[in-house]
Design a protein around this ligand. Structure first.
Ligand SMILES: Cc1cc2nc3c(=O)[nH]c(=O)nc-3n(C[C@H](O)[C@H](O)[C@H](O)COP(=O)(O)OP(=O)(O)OC[C@H]3O[C@@H](n4cnc5c(N)ncnc54)[C@H](O)[C@@H]3O)c2cc1C
Length: 283
């Protein structure tokens, strides 16, 4: 289907984009990669009067790796991450998760900012941000503010972004040497959204005990979140098969998955158990 009639703007600065957003009084939509927005427009699920394209705003496509962590500009695309050699050591979990995002053509356009704003509960990146304690920087008419990823999502396809706010960057805290990680998801076909997935990382002490585990779930939930009971099950322990099973059971018990045409809640809970167990074995 063709898009509804609308105006198009290509601002050259964030200030210009914010002014356009504010003046539109809710009638404008930001355009990044267009991979979710374009189908939404085609299906008339949104009918904005104006599209504000972020493509000409300088700096939003930058990847910076510093002692503080990895900072991704909002317009960094999945392929930019996938093809970044320095990111393989700076954040191996991030790079590994990219292999599961959609197909090459979509990864060539889709952006980290667009994915967060779209807030699909089955998308890899929002789940990764919650798992890794990412900080999201947004800017609006009142200035800029930082939002913890864990407090960013308010439900399926919804966030705590204010009307005229724009995501400008996302920072993942620094990745210590020797950190263990796992990423596992199940989808019906390669490139499909996950029916359930797990991202996790933890550090270890000299005796091999698990320190500061972070376990996040995607797909089998209304928005991505940490599995606190599962984290507690392994914290301070040396992992073995018995503990992995206990952790997988704790994780699957604390999700409240939806039932839809792709799978029942019971099936998704079983998937969380399997993915969590595999991710820990991978780690
Ligand atoms: C067939 C198909 C399969 C897909 N499979 C997957 C998958 O397996 N996993 C996955 O994670 N994703 C998947 N995607 C989604 C894709 O990866 C993109 O991440 C997603 O479409 C959003 O990114 P975008 O840059 O295209 O955003 P757009 O479509 O341009 O925008 C999405 C929303 O975000 C808003 N927005 C964009 N940028 C900003 C910003 N900087 N600040 C505030 N709001 C903003 C827009 O106004 C819009 O509401 C799939 C998409 C398609 C079409």
């Amino acid at each position: 289907m063709k898009l509804p009639p609308l105006d198009y703007a290509l601002p050259r600065s964030l200030d210009e984009a914010i002014a356009l957003l504010s003046e539109s009084e809710g009638q404008a939509k930001l355009l990044a990669g267009g991979q979710s927005l374009m189908p939404t427009l085609a299906f008339r699920l949104a009918t904005p009067a104006l599209l504000i394209d972020l493509a000409a705003i300088p700096g939003l496509d930058r990847i910076e790796i510093t002692a503080a962590g990895v900072r991704l500009g909002a317009r960094v695309r999945w392929v930019d991450i996938e093809q970044s050699e320095p990111l393989r050591t700076a954040h191996p979990l991030l790079v590994a998760a990219m292999a599961h995002v959609a197909h090459y053509q979509i990864r060539n356009r889709g952006t980290v900012g667009g994915s967060l704003a779209h807030a699909d509960p089955a998308a890899e990146w929002p789940g990764l941000c919650v798992t890794c304690d990412a900080i999201i920087e947004v800017i609006g008419p009142a200035g800029s503010r930082l939002i913890e990823a864990g407090a960013f999502f308010s439900g399926p396809l919804s966030t705590h972004l204010a009307e005229a706010e724009i995501i400008t960057s996302i920072t993942l805290p620094a990745w210590p040497r020797g950190r263990r990680w796992g990423f596992q998801e199940f989808s019906r076909r390669r490139g499909d959204f996950a029916l359930a997935g797990i991202a996790l990382h933890y550090d270890t002490d000299a005796a091999g005990r698990v320190l500061d585990p972070h376990i996040g779930v995607i797909g089998a939930c209304h928005s991505p979140h940490r599995l606190r009971a599962a984290e507690q099950a392994i914290s301070g322990q040396v992992l073995d098969d018995v503990l992995i099973e206990a952790c997988a059971q704790a994780g699957s018990a604390e999700v409240d998955p939806p039932t839809d045409l792709h799978g029942s809640a019971r099936y998704r809970r079983a998937l969380v158990h399997a993915m969590l167990s595999r991710a820990l074995q991978q780690a």
